[in-house]
Design a protein around this ligand. Structure first.
Ligand SMILES: Nc1ncnc2c1ncn2[C@@H]1O[C@H](COP(=O)(O)OP(=O)(O)OP(=O)(O)O)[C@@H](O)[C@H]1O
Ligand SMILES: [Mg+2]
Length: 265
């Protein structure tokens, strides 16, 4: 069998418990991710579900090495990600991007779309102004935005269009792997469905691999090749989408499935 794109082994992340607002008692640490092992296969969408606080976002950030694990290992294309040097990591970061629920939470609203999308190119690639502009136009087209969006400001766009801009930015460096952390949770169902379809289309077009984090079972079921279920930092179940949705082995998974209505895609 071909080598997995990512091999995650015994990954853990503990956070120190802060001062308890309830006073007294609380001490020690939170096991946000607790001894988790799984593979992500090249070209698949691995859906990651679980209730709020189960450790999904922490796991997504660990896999990208945006935060350092307390224990465990991550191999990307066979290479030990945690042993990568600063320079090597810089190169690997181009391959691995993240899409957030709110792509502009951390961005200056006074930036033009062009600057937002081109920023990774400015940091990582030495392109002429013309080449950069052409690349931005190509990216905007890829996510279904008109080229005239280029000179406008992010705040002028609707939520769905903003998510498209965020996706264009994530694609700027031609990544192979994308963690999508609740990318449609803040959107209306119909707008969210358009973004989900865009992600599926981009996956085919660019051969992307996704770790798709979502609260929404219907969305995860529609998009995912396999589904992984987290509960209190543990990976309690992982398998093909059909197996997990039709024959879940864990009561917890059954509850998640029952809590959300089926939709036909
Ligand atoms: N930086 C941090 N410092 C301390 N605790 C944290 C930190 N990040 C996450 N946690 C804790 O780790 C646990 C897992 O959080 P995480 O955000 O990964 O869950 P999640 O599954 O993404 O939840 P949600 O569905 O609400 O986004 C929670 O108990 C959370 O409070
Ligand atoms: Mg989260």
């Amino acid at each position: 069998m071909a080598m997995a794109l990512l091999e995650i082994r015994n990954l853990s992340k503990t956070f120190p418990l802060g001062e308890s607002v309830f006073g007294g008692g609380a001490s020690g640490e939170v096991r946000a991710v607790d001894d988790v092992s799984f593979d992500i296969e090249k070209g698949e969408t691995l859906g990651l579900v679980g209730e709020s606080g189960s450790g999904k976002s922490t796991l997504g950030r660990l896999v990208l090495r945006l935060i350092e694990p307390s224990a465990g290992s991550i191999r990307y294309e066979g290479r030990d990600l945690l042993a990568a040097s600063h320079g090597e990591m810089r190169r690997l970061r181009r391959d691995m991007q993240i899409i957030f629920q709110d792509p502009f939470g951390s961005l200056d609203p006074r930036m033009r779309v062009e600057e937002i999308v081109a920023e990774p190119l400015v940091i990582h690639e030495k392109l002429s102004r013309e080449a950069r502009r052409a690349r931005v136009a190509e990216l905007l087209r890829a996510v279904g935005l008109d080229e005239s969006a280029r000179t406008r400001f992010a705040h002028e766009f609707s939520g769905g269009q903003r998510q498209r801009i965020g996706i264009a930015r994530a694609l700027a460096l031609r990544p192979k792997f994308i963690v999508a952390d609740e990318p449609v949770s803040a959107l209306d169902v119909s707008v969210g469905a358009q973004i989900v379809n865009l992600l599926a289309q981009l996956q085919r077009e660019f051969g992307l691999t996704y770790l798709f984090i979502s609260h929404s079972m219907p969305v995860v079921r529609y998009l995912s090749t396999r589904i992984a279920v987290m509960y209190r930092g543990k990976l309690v179940e992982i398998g093909k989408t059909e197996e997990i949705t039709e024959r879940p082995t864990q009561a917890y998974t059954r509850n998640l499935l029952e809590a959300t209505p089926r939709i036909s895609a």
